[in-house]
Design a protein around this ligand. Structure first.
Ligand code: SME
Length: 149
């Protein structure tokens, strides 16, 4: 089980006093990606203000991600449409999974809210199968809760 204690403290420390949303998103993507070796792709898809039913890529760490994901498509689009965390143990078994990189084996996507408003999703891909569980969901939901503040 991953221990998020240190990375969460680090994130809180770096975000303190920084109001800029892009800086906050980039910080979270970077620190999470550095904290866990198998976090192969770590970053955000954000609700496009011009097209509110479409996600557009935001700050991330990893190989090239696709630029846009309509709500309801792929794991990210499912999490955005349902406004809830989606955990996928084996991406090859998820109908509609969008394969940005063949190295991805499992995935967790956590919605990011500003109050009641969905602002995007945090997407983490791992190179190992079945690697995200309830503890990751709880910790990542807490961490994404720090972004809008
Ligand atoms: N696999 C995601 C697409 C984004 S990439 O993994 C970076 C999905 O199915 O929504």
């Amino acid at each position: 089980m991953r221990d998020y204690t240190d990375v969460e403290m680090q994130i809180c420390g770096v975000l303190e006093g920084e109001p800029n949303r892009t800086a906050r998103l980039a910080t979270v993507a970077c620190l999470l990606s550095q904290a866990f070796e198998d976090f192969y792709w770590t970053g955000f898809y954000l609700v496009d203000p011009e097209k509110p039913d479409e996600l557009v890529v935001g700050p991330y760490q990893g190989t090239l991600g696709c630029l846009r994901i309509p709500f309801g498509e792929g794991v990210c689009g499912a999490a955005a449409a349902q406004r809830r965390t989606v955990v996928v143990a084996d991406v090859h078994a998820f109908a509609g999974h969008i394969a940005c990189d063949a190295a991805s084996e499992s995935e967790i996507v956590v919605p990011v809210f500003d109050g009641e408003t969905l602002i995007g999703v945090l997407d983490v891909d791992s190179t190992r199968k079945d690697t995200f569980g309830k503890a990751d969901q709880v910790a990542l939901e807490r961490i994404t809760g720090l972004i809008a503040a």
